[in-house]
Design a protein around this ligand. Structure first.
Ligand SMILES: C=C(OP(=O)(O)O)C(=O)O
Ligand SMILES: [Mg+2]
Length: 432
């Protein structure tokens, strides 16, 4: 039998969609197989997520990753060589041990996730399986096509804080196929672009490909999005619903929130009231980070008020951490978790979070970061785990389309369960 032992690990500096350097790792096996992955990078980051190691001083705005690359080549590689690539858990545990910090700040979350993901790719290559199939068999999951969650307008930290809300997205739970969900979303995207162009507000796209938010209020963005759904020939709330990432930690905390665009300071109750009005008025079926990451009482109150109506996703609030998911379930805060591999820092910890979500009955949405590359690992993870939903960003940016187009290809695989768009939102108003 050919050897599944790791023979070489090499990292290098490559570039992401914001022009920032990031880490790419190659893992080679004795039998000649190889896996490669690139670390993504967030802009609206939770304080409890794994941190990237950045350096460079004045060069590259202190965003360089030479130290992280060196850590892979000099510290992780020697420990990995000779290990069985099929032991993802053991390898990840070793990476965690070498780092030795709570937030992966010594080796760097960027170094850790590129290496952990590359190990997963190498194991798939050893098994001569596509990544999704390896993930499904390694974790005992039924592979399934996800419901796409796609940005139409960007905002928040991804668009110079032109509006407070970070992501104005749509999902098409009423689509019959993944392909149809993409087609309908692209119609909405282009309709939204036409509205902006007509208003003389067409100003390019934000970090994840949604149109640049030239609006005078958060609500104007919601109105425009609803209009775009109509212009695309759809009845808002029928096949197409709105989903929002408020990313509230970016403009507030438990002591108060500052809606910069509207020049308003409000408290937790005020935030819940505004969001409640939006849920009343617009066809919103999913909201991410409605309150700040430290606002436990706010997240609890919001979930109590709207948890049986909309999907409530913890991103900065749960930072792809299994313990925090279990705690949130005890606290009755949120009913879904965003799974971002680099928030956890290793594949094993991200999968553990996904499994914890399943245990407590929370939905999972595998997600990209605002800084991305051509790496399509998350497409395979979402399908292989049968996570149900995938959040990536939008048209106009190929680092996003690489992931969506990989979904399009994979829907042709007979072993991948059919798209059941409505299923992930079945406990929301969309389908009781
Ligand atoms: C994808 C997101 O943005 P970032 O990667 O900047 O955290 C998000 O907040 O869900
Ligand atoms: Mg988010």
């Amino acid at each position: 039998m050919s050897s599944s032992k790791i023979s070489k690990v090499v990292a290098r500096r490559v570039w992401d969609s914001r022009g920032n350097p990031t880490v790419e790792t190659d893992v080679y096996l004795e039998n000649g197989a190889m896996g490669r992955a690139i670390a993504p990078a967030g802009a609206s980051r939770g304080t409890r997520e794994a941190v990237d190691l950045r350096d460079g001083g004045d060069r590259l705005g202190g965003m360089d990753v030479q130290g992280a690359v060196a850590n892979v080549n000099e510290k992780l590689a020697p420990a990995m060589i000779g290990r069985d690539v099929l032991d993802q858990k053991g390898i990840d545990a070793q990476l965690i041990e070498i780092d030795g910090t709570k937030l992966k700040s010594a080796i760097g979350g960027n170094a850790m996730i590129a290496t952990s993901l590359a190990t997963l790719h190498a194991a798939a290559a050893y098994n001569e399986k596509p990544l999704w199939a390896h993930v499904a068999s390694a974790y005992g999951r039924k592979p399934t096509m996800p419901l796409p969650e796609i940005q139409i307008f960007g905002g928040g930290a991804h668009a110079g804080r032109r509006v407070d809300v970070q992501d104005f997205m749509v999902m098409v739970p009423g689509a019959e196929t993944f392909d149809e969900a993409m087609e309908i979303t692209s119609n909405v995207y282009r309709a939204a672009g036409k509205i902006m162009a007509k208003r003389g507000h067409m100003a390019g796209v934000a970090d994840e490909g949604g149109w640049w938010p030239v609006f005078s209020s958060n609500e104007e963005a919601l109105e425009t999005l609803t209009q775009a759904i109509e212009d695309a020939g759809e009845v808002p709330g029928e096949r197409v619903i709105i989903s929002l990432d408020i990313a509230a930690s970016e403009f507030g905390n438990k002591d108060g929130y500052k809606l910069a665009l509207e020049d308003r300071a409000i408290d937790t109750d005020g935030m819940i009231e505004i969001l409640g009005k939006w849920i009343e008025k617009y066809p919103i079926a999913s909201i991410e980070d409605p309150l700040a990451e430290d606002d436990v009482a706010g997240n609890q109150a919001f979930t109590k008020a709207f948890g049986d109506k909309v999907q409530i996703i913890g991103d900065d609030y749960l930072v792809t951490n299994a313990e925090l998911v279990r705690q949130a379930a005890k606290d009755k805060a949120c009913n879904a978790v965003l799974v971002k591999v680099n928030q956890a820092g290793t594949v094993s910890e991200a999968v553990e979070t996904f499994e914890a979500a399943n245990e407590v009955g929370y939905r999972s949405i595998v997600s990209a970061r605002s800084g991305e590359t051509e790496d399509v690992s998350i497409t395979h993870l979402s399908i292989g785990l049968g996570a149900g939903q995938l959040k990536v960003g939008s048209f106009t940016r190929s680092e996003r389309m690489a992931k969506w187009n990989e979904c399009i290809r994979l829907q042709e695989e007979k072993e991948i369960g059919a798209f059941v768009g409505g299923e992930p939102l079945k406990n929301t108003w969309w389908k009781k």
